[in-house]
Design a protein around this ligand. Structure first.
Ligand code: SAH
Length: 262
């Protein structure tokens, strides 16, 4: 399957950030402005697409409730087909294209077809959505690592055991359906049942909402609140910085400054 150098179009995978058009990068805005066709997802910022990509045909390939999503191989085929026909194709994805976005597969598909492809990184929801709820994924002395996990499929006992033992912040995307098995599994492998947990739904929208709990109570809290996707789950001591409000965050900062003399 060798590349035919007659291709004139190209594909740009663009990270659209967590939903607010203000969180598109300058490179993303430029790529959209130059696009002939944009394939976008539900989680990509699409409400202002007609302004951002005024020349482009806009094609929704995302998962809408009640609609059949276009299968991944079909999306890849469409990207290549348009580029081979000479179009400047943008594939707009939520967050960063390489964080659970199947961006790697789309890059491969383009390369296999000899289509020039580049990737514009995006602001990932894994960091930005906790931040929007006042939760820093790392914090001096509280957490010096964060692990981003897909909750799309159940975690294995081995994965749960490692996660429970890590000691940093755990950020779970696509984790609402499997929250019961994940929270029970972490407790079973020794995580403190009082570990703070937050679930942030619909980050950066007017309907953003944060539900707080502890490892032992978050399931009850989430059912009570009627939590639904899209949502980011954060497990770790850093959650307390937001849960306990600005005063706790200020005193944690003051403690850290005192400990380091600065
Ligand atoms: N590539 C994306 C993630 C794709 S997986 C990124 O880097 O952000 C999709 C998951 O991301 C959702 O199920 C949800 O867990 C999370 N997500 C994306 N945008 C979100 C938002 N605005 N609010 C809450 N969760 C979001």
């Amino acid at each position: 399957m060798n590349a035919e150098p007659t291709v004139v179009g190209s594909v740009t995978l663009v990270g659209g950030g967590p939903g607010d058009p203000d969180l598109l990068t300058v490179a993303a805005v430029r790529a959209l402005a130059a696009a002939d066709v944009v394939f976008y997802d539900r989680l990509a910022p699409h409400e202002t697409l007609a302004e951002l990509a005024p020349r482009a045909r806009l094609i929704d390939v995302g998962k809408q409730p009640g609609h059949h999503p276009i299968p991944q191989h079909e999306i890849e085929r469409l990207l290549v087909e348009q580029a081979v026909a000479g179009a400047n194709v943008v594939r707009l994805k939520g967050g960063d294209p390489f964080v659970f976005g199947r961006g790697g597969e789309e890059v491969d598909a383009c390369r296999r077809a000899g289509v020039p492809v580049r990737v514009v990184p995006g602001v990932t929801s894994a960091i930005a959505v906790p931040g929007a709820a006042g939760i820093p994924v790392t914090h001096r002395r509280t957490s010096r690592m964060f692990t981003v996990v897909s909750g799309h499929a159940p975690l294995s006992p081995g994965e749960l055991e490692h996660l429970a033992g890590l000691g940093g912040t755990i950020v779970i995307l696509m984790g609402i359906t499997n929250l019961p098995s994940i929270s029970a599994g972490l407790a079973r492998f020794g995580m403190d049942p009082r570990m703070p947990v937050a679930i942030i739904e619909r980050g950066f929208s007017s309907r953003q909402r944060t539900t707080f709990g502890e490892l032992r109570s978050i399931l009850t809290e989430s059912v009570r609140a009627g939590v639904s996707s899209p949502a980011v789950v954060v497990i770790g001591e850093v959650v307390a910085l937001a849960r306990d409000g600005d005063a706790a965050a200020a005193s944690a900062l003051a403690d850290a400054a005192a400990a380091t003399g600065g």
